[in-house]
Design a protein around this ligand. Structure first.
Ligand SMILES: [Zn+2]
Length: 142
């Protein structure tokens, strides 16, 4: 294996960089307006915000979290300054979009928007995927 190939395989193996790769792929789909070509499921809050996308890519299924706002008080209660600096756009309440490969997620994922915050079990997502009929919205109850 030459140096460059080794470097890229190490890159792909690294969990942290895989998350960065997922976030970058998801971001490119959103920014180019092509997410609809790849999305399998869109989880929505009771008021209709999209809070989680389940996306099919050649590298595997990605869970993507759109950017979202959290009330400032809730942001301060649920995060620390370092987390806000790294993961928000404004250092306070506008959280950046991010994504992970589904195979790196253990049991559940947190989803949230201005209206709700909850966990979604990966098993629930698998049940929705087993029902096929994509793309489809899944409406969460609060
Ligand atoms: Zn909402």
């Amino acid at each position: 294996m030459n140096g460059r190939a080794k470097e890229s395989s190490d890159f792909i193996r690294s969990a942290q960089n895989r998350a960065a790769l997922a976030t970058s792929a998801y971001g490119a789909m959103v920014d180019s307006g092509k997410l609809a070509n790849y999305v399998l499921l869109t989880y929505r809050c009771p008021r209709g915000c999209s809070v989680l996308h389940v996306v099919s890519t050649p590298q595997g299924v990605i869970f993507g979290w759109p950017r979202y706002k959290m009330p400032a008080r809730a942001t301060e209660a649920r995060s620390n300054a370092a987390g806000r600096a790294a993961n928000t756009e404004d250092g306070l309440r506008h959280w950046k979009r991010r994504a992970s490969f589904a195979d790196t997620i253990d049991r559940s994922v947190g989803v949230q928007c201005d209206h709700m915050r909850r966990e979604v079990d990966v098993a629930e997502v698998q049940c929705e995927l087993d029902r096929e009929n994509y793309p489809r919205d899944v409406r969460l109850l609060s």
